[in-house]
Design a protein around this ligand. Structure first.
Ligand code: PEP
Ligand code: MN
Length: 360
């Protein structure tokens, strides 16, 4: 995908002075619901209306979407409001039906991105159309799988591509419905700087009171757009009730969001930034020096364990160390999440060093 195609063109075509906004209900429920929401969203910052027609449910028995009839409601909403229409497609049949109903934007859900057969089938069905196609991250935190899906779409000559970051499943409950793991999206952005990156704070948080915070975080990371589930009566929505906001709340969210510039030309800004970055570089150098010295001690420990035939992993010591570092880190303003990440990495490196010595 090395810049053969100007991936950003479709986004620039919207000629927006703010990030792209996609909004609408998790699911289309009735014609009346679709039309009411669409009318409330026209003449706002929203460019694209979203509504799920086929809903991939984790367990059977839930509301699985209204099906193809909903496409007619979207056609009507488009005619009445001028908004572009987006639906989720999970197979070639969905694509076919959506194409027949003049849908503008096709998104591929997180449960579909994990399946290369399904993504390939969708790519083939969309081949050579000029539709906008947005690929959500796979449910599991696997960057190659996400990239693989993009490559399949790209190879089908789909030029108007983008990605949606909706967070990743975890077995243990966190404060998020789907853990954002921002670094994965940032890695993707670094690999494909021209690929529009859209954040889905609704599925990341699973709760409406966190939408603002996550949207702001995404904008602070230079995301190109937001997709936010919006419903006239969120509490009574047929799916994802807890995370949907009303059109009124959505407009307030936009008012409160701060869109920041990517840079500032002023000399004074650049000078102060350079001073601060020099300090950061200095600390980074010291960090590496410290880590290098720490690993030399780990080598000595490895040698001692080898001499006495003692196992590399000493779980009790590791647990105690981690607990102490979480407490100490807390006092220095470092989050528990960060300390656990950091020390797991350090510990892993230390184990690899000792393994090498003990088996030499
Ligand atoms: C959705 O957007 O309604 C949806 C099903 O999302 P995801 O694929 O991110 O779970
Ligand atoms: Mn949803």
């Amino acid at each position: 995908m090395e810049n053969k195609i100007e991936l950003r063109t479709w986004l620039n075509d919207f000629k927006l002075s703010h990030p792209l906004v996609i909004a609408g209900p998790c699911s289309a429920e009735t014609e009346d619901q679709v039309l009411k929401i669409a009318h409330e969203l026209k003449n706002s910052d929203v460019s694209i209306f979203r509504a799920g027609i086929w809903k991939p449910r984790t367990r059977p028995g839930g509301f699985e979407g209204v099906g193809a009839i909903g496409l007619k409601w979207l056609q009507k909403a488009k005619a009445e409001t001028g908004l572009l229409m987006a639906v989720e497609v999970a197979n070639a049949n969905h694509v076919q039906l959506a194409l027949e109903h003049d849908i503008d934007v096709f998104w591929i859900g997180a449960r579909t991105t994990v399946n290369p057969f399904a993504v390939q089938e969708i790519a083939d069905a969309l081949k050579n159309t000029d539709k906008i196609v947005l690929l959500k991250n796979p449910v599991n935190p696997d960057l190659s799988l996400w990239i693989g899906g993009l490559e399949r779409l790209y190879q089908a000559n789909i030029q108007k591509l983008g990605v949606i970051h909706r967070g990743f499943s975890t077995y243990e409950k966190t404060k998020y419905r789907n853990n954002p793991e921002w670094q994965i999206a940032i890695d993707l952005q670094n690999k494909f700087p021209d690929l529009p990156l859209i954040c889905d704070p609704s599925h990341i948080t699973g709760r409406r009171d966190m939408i603002q915070e996550i949207s702001q975080q995404a904008l602070d990371l230079n995301y190109d757009g937001l997709i936010i589930e919006t419903h006239i009566d969120p509490d009574n929505a047929w799916s994802d009730a807890a995370q949907q906001v009303t059109p009124t709340v959505l407009k307030q969210i936009f008012k409160d969001l701060k869109v920041r510039k990517t840079s500032d030309e002023a000399d004074e800004f650049n000078q102060r930034m350079n001073q601060l970055r020099t300090q950061i570089d200095d600390f980074d150098r010291k960090l590496l020096e410290t880590l290098g010295s720490r690993m030399k001690i780990a080598d000595k420990i490895g040698a001692l364990k080898k001499e006495k035939n003692v196992a590399v992993l000493q779980n009790k010591r590791w647990q105690e160390l981690l607990e102490k570092m979480i407490l100490d880190g807390n006092q220095k303003g470092l989050s528990e999440e960060f300390i656990i990440h950091l020390f797991k990495a350090i510990h892993q490196e230390s184990i690899s060093h000792q393994e090498k010595i003990i088996n030499s």
